[in-house]
Design a protein around this ligand. Structure first.
Ligand SMILES: Nc1ncnc2c1ncn2[C@@H]1O[C@H](COP(=O)(O)OP(=O)(O)O)[C@@H](O)[C@H]1O
Ligand SMILES: [Mg+2]
Length: 265
């Protein structure tokens, strides 16, 4: 057997993306993305609406099929046509803006259903894992509640606990607090901060700049389907090098500021 010339990444790399392109029809949404996420690292992805952030996350667990390029998760090539996609997907937790809890199931059953059907855990084993994770997200007292009886923030924390109950190696978050009333955002971010502190590998698309500044190991700024710049939060957020990053940050940090027309002088 000859060794493949292009070997996979080292085990301590959780996600590696090489030359990723994604088209929707003729629209090129990702225009050559390259980066890695190390095990235990928290990477926040920021950027304007339509810049391709969700598409990027969705490519990592193949909710979208990349047009070209390679993606490795924990050393396994996701983009290999022979990859065991179900197995790889099970190792990736995904939390969306919309919580997607089953409305007709209690919190407990929302957390156990996939454990039982996909991981074939016994009812008792699945419930034990569910309770541990509800404890982590501060919802131990809501085990028997139904989603409609929970606030948005509680529903999102339940969705995070559901994801954790599958025992993922890494977690992807796509604007997890964007649908929440402002006063509920903090509790969800606190749970995410705890996961980060406990060593979870996380890729987080967010507009919460204070979370990115405090929790991220690295911030990636995307615009128009490319990574414009990336680096430590203090650098990217505090001292951006590119005009597009500066413009975006000033809009996010001063949403009510009136921008002077470009021609005005
Ligand atoms: N399923 C799809 N079909 C066609 N176009 C899409 C689809 N999903 C996203 N797009 C387009 O791709 C671009 C990037 O979208 P998205 O990844 O959602 O950006 P972001 O998450 O940064 O707002 C947008 O122009 C969007 O309209
Ligand atoms: Mg998006």
């Amino acid at each position: 057997m000859t060794m493949s010339k292009e070997s996979g990444p080292a085990a301590e790399i959780a996600i590696e993306i090489r030359e990723l392109h994604k088209y929707f029809g003729k629209l090129e949404v990702l225009k050559g993305i390259d980066f890695t996420v190390n095990r235990g690292e928290v990477v926040c992805v920021i950027g304007p609406s339509g810049s391709g952030k969700s598409t990027l996350l969705r490519c990592v667990n193949l909710l979208e099929e990349p047009t070209s390029g390679k993606i490795f998760v924990s050393g396994n090539e996701v983009t290999d046509p022979n990859a065991n996609i179900d197995k790889i997907r099970r190792s990736i937790g995904m939390v969306f803006q919309q919580f997607n809890l089953f409305p007709h199931l209690s919190v407990l059953n929302n957390l156990t259903i996939a454990q039982r059907r996909v991981l074939h855990r016994s009812k008792a084993a699945a419930e034990k894992v569910a309770l541990q994770n509800l404890e982590i997200v501060g919802l131990a007292d809501k085990v028997h509640a139904y989603p409609a009886q929970l606030s948005g923030g509680q529903q999102q924390r339940a969705a995070i606990a559901r994801s954790l109950s599958m025992g993922p190696d890494l977690m992807l978050f796509d604007e997890p607090t964007s649908a929440l009333d402002p006063e509920l955002v903090g509790d969800v971010l606190a749970v995410m901060r705890k996961l980060a502190t406990d060593g979870m590998t996380m890729m987080v698309v967010t507009h919460e700049m204070s979370f990115a500044r405090d929790v991220a190991d690295r911030v990636i700024f995307m615009d128009g389907g490319v990574v414009v710049e990336q680096g430590q939060p203090a650098d990217v957020l505090g001292n951006p090098q590119h005009e597009r990053t500066k413009t975006f940050l000033s809009r996010v940090l001063n949403p009510t500021a009136v921008t002077a027309p470009e021609s005005a002088d």
